[in-house]
Design a protein around this ligand. Structure first.
Ligand code: PML
Ligand code: MG
Length: 256
């Protein structure tokens, strides 16, 4: 791995035209691969977008770029599963966990008030824990966490050790949460899927690890959510830069 050139491979797919022309988001994905792995990465991402429960894309973009910066290795967050019986129970638990991570209660309330609006944002929303306001300034685009991957062999080993299903969706979400929570400005992340058939979501934080919540919304609901609760007194431009550009491999190294 050391010294080898790596490529960031990115995919986004939408229906009724490209995202920036109002198309509906269908799927997105990220890989980091050596040159020899680019073909497989492209074909995995293509497959992901073509077989998606949100619909049939009529626009897709897959691009790859050479990564010049050194790749950082990050441990996956420790994982815990919380069984909830309804979306209401799941969201109440999420609020409690976000507060426990260090976000003031009034900022949590304000973030939840904005969720319907934020679900139209393509990437993540950055929410300041002090002012209780959205501060990324990215409008409908939001912040897309990029340049990350979790090599499959390490993920499979981790899943077996933790007794977790080797679910690609869990792999992707835990990789994002681990990269995001590693950043010093990030206090917590709240996420659930925009896929109508996937109702598990999570709250993640350095303090709490990755807290899966089995029911965060109702089946059939196509609105998702990804909010990063950040300390707005820090340099937010450099935080966004790190989330988008710092290349990261998740590596458990056989630890849980
Ligand atoms: C997504 O698919 O966009 C997010 C999935 C979040 C939950 C993943 C899990 O822990 O199962
Ligand atoms: Mg999705």
């Amino acid at each position: 791995m050391k010294g080898e050139a790596y490529y960031s491979v990115r995919m986004r797919a939408s229906e009724n035209g490209p995202h920036e022309e109002g198309g509906k988001h269908i799927s997105g994905g990220e890989r980091l691969a050596p040159f020899i792995g680019v073909k497989d990465a492209v074909s995995d991402l293509l497959e992901k977008a073509l077989s998606h429960s949100r619909g049939k894309p009529d626009f897709m973009q897959i691009r790859f770029d050479l990564v010049n910066e050194p790749i950082k290795f990050v441990q996956p967050l420790r994982i815990e599963t919380n069984e909830t019986k309804s979306a209401e129970e799941g969201q109440a638990l999420a609020r409690e966990l976000i507060s426990r991570a260090g976000v003031p209660k009034n900022a949590v309330d304000k973030a939840f008030q904005g969720i319907a609006e934020y679900s139209d944002v393509r990437g993540a929303v950055l929410f300041d824990i002090h002012s209780g306001r959205r501060i990324d300034g990215r409008k409908q685009k939001g912040v897309r966490v990029s340049r990350l991957d979790w090599p499959e062999a390490d993920f499979q080993m981790w899943a077996a050790l933790c007794g977790m299903p080797p679910n690609p969706r869990l792999k992707e979400a835990l990789a994002i949460a681990s990269k995001v929570c590693e950043h010093p400005a990030v206090v917590a992340e709240l996420c659930w899927s925009d896929d109508p058939d996937y109702i598990t979501g999570y709250v993640a934080a350095k303090k709490l690890g990755y807290q899966r919540i089995t029911r965060m919304k109702e089946h059939g609901d196509e609105s998702g959510c990804r909010i990063f609760f950040v300390d707005g007194l820090t340099d937010i431009k450099s935080c966004i830069d790190g989330l988008e550009k710092q290349p990261v491999f998740i590596r458990s190294g056989g630890k849980t």
